[in-house]
Write a protein that binds this ligand. Structure first.
Ligand SMILES: [Zn+2]
Ligand SMILES: [Zn+2]
Length: 244
């Protein structure tokens, strides 16, 4: 059986050479970016806001907050994203979401892993999708990314901890108050879920306004979670084009 599977794998590899997830040129191995795409990706790192992960141009020191978090602290206590939401990051997110290409979840997870230095300390929870959307799309892209991360790091995962009571409208065009209102009461915890004292990392593909993850974090905090942070593939950074 093992031999058959290995043979099958080789046949598939022969038929489909590894391609750059960004532009499709043939590369040496699966999930590898070509040099042009690699150079065009903006990998995010410190310095950034301790709560929402907004990148700082000058390092203000550990634990510093951005102006928005100072004025109105979010429910999340930390946010990391592999890359900023530029054209290549966007293409990969869209192909996973609408292009029925689940392999892109593994590409994302490979670059998100470095922000998970000790995978054993927190529970991975994907941001839930409304059941109609799952039915139409066939899967929740955030759950695929969370599963790929859990598989490669050994981190504990709870796919169905949160659920979405109703589908939300597109939030990007709304102001902060309208966004908060639109996600109020949208997320709920499974009745048998116990998150008391737990550290939770919400997993999503793209972080745009933070309204969705903050709504999830409020539900988890109310149920006693000790800490809720976020790990995403891509984050919209100030002037990035927001097209979802
Ligand atoms: Zn490329
Ligand atoms: Zn901030």
């Amino acid at each position: 059986m093992q031999t058959v599977r290995r043979l099958g794998d080789r046949v598939v590899r022969f038929a489909l050479p590894p391609r750059c997830p960004g532009c499709g040129v043939v590369t040496l191995s699966d999930h590898d970016f070509c040099l042009a795409c690699w150079s065009a990706l903006d990998f995010l790192d410190d310095p950034q806001c301790a709560l929402c992960g907004d990148p700082f141009e000058i390092d203000p020191g550990r634990g510093a907050l951005c102006g928005a978090c100072h004025a109105d602290p979010p429910a999340i206590e930390g946010m990391r994203a592999a890359v900023s939401y530029g054209p290549i990051a966007r293409r990969i997110a869209l192909r996973l979401k609408y292009g029925r290409r689940p392999g892109f979840a593994e590409t994302m997870a490979r670059h998100m892993r470095r922000h998970l230095p000790d995978p054993s300390v927190a529970l991975l929870v994907p941001v839930p999708l409304h059941r109609w959307r799952i039915w139409r799309r066939g899967y929740n892209q955030a759950a695929l990314v969370a599963r790929a991360l859990a598989q490669s790091t050994g981190a504990p995962i709870a796919i169905d901890l949160l659920w979405r009571r109703k589908a939300t409208p597109i939030l990007r065009a709304m102001g902060p108050a309208a966004r908060r209102k639109a996600v109020q009461g949208v997320f709920a915890l499974r009745p048998d879920a116990d998150v008391k004292g737990k550290a939770i990392i919400l997993i999503d593909d793209v972080y745009t306004t933070g309204a969705t993850v903050n709504a999830c974090a409020r539900v988890l905090k109310r149920a006693g979670a000790a800490r809720v942070s976020v790990l995403c593939w891509a984050r919209v950074v100030r002037d990035d084009a927001v097209i979802r």
